[in-house]
Design a protein around this ligand. Structure first.
Ligand code: NI
Length: 154
């Protein structure tokens, strides 16, 4: 198990547009494993490579149904709307209200570097979209409605 340091808002790596992954190699596989370890260790539901200082289009999400790996992910379609509370491991101690699509279809490379489609709704859709924003240097605070709130004693 290898934990990486989670970068916090204000650091440049969180504001970059990340580079596409061009192949699955041992470095990418190690990055994915470390992202999972680091996410679970921090009790997060998602973590993107730029959050650990790596400018690649890779993220992991787990909303309770097991880990999902996103590599070069793209939104294929989105429908509906959900408004709810969101937080980010790179913005510790804070949360805020963000409106996102209720359902989303995402195209992503899998570990064999083949394209596949993943459909998600509610929290899973929100988590995938939040992580995909990170790959373009976008943090949820950019989209928050009203003020950021303090998370009660966590
Ligand atoms: Ni985040």
């Amino acid at each position: 198990m290898a934990l990486r340091i989670i970068r916090e808002i204000g650091e440049d790596c969180l504001r970059c547009v990340c580079k596409e992954v061009t192949e699955i190699n041992p470095r990418i596989l190690e990055l994915i494993e470390d992202l999972k370890d680091t996410m679970y260790n921090a009790d997060g539901v998602g973590l993107a490579a730029p959050q650990v200082g790596v400018r690649k289009r890779v993220a992991v999400v787990d909303v309770g149904d097991g880990p999902v790996v996103l590599i070069n992910p793209e939104v294929v379609s989105a429908e509906g709307e959900q408004t709810g509370n969101e937080g980010c491991l790179s913005v510790p101690g804070k949360c805020g209200i963000v409106t996102r699509p209720m359902k989303v279809k995402v195209r992503t490379r899998n570990l064999d570097f083949e394209w596949e489609e993943i459909e998600g709704e509610e929290l899973f859709a929100r988590a995938m979209l939040h992580e995909m924003d990170h790959l373009d240097g976008v943090i949820y605070v950019d989209k928050v409605e009203g003020e950021l709130q303090d998370v009660e004693s966590q």
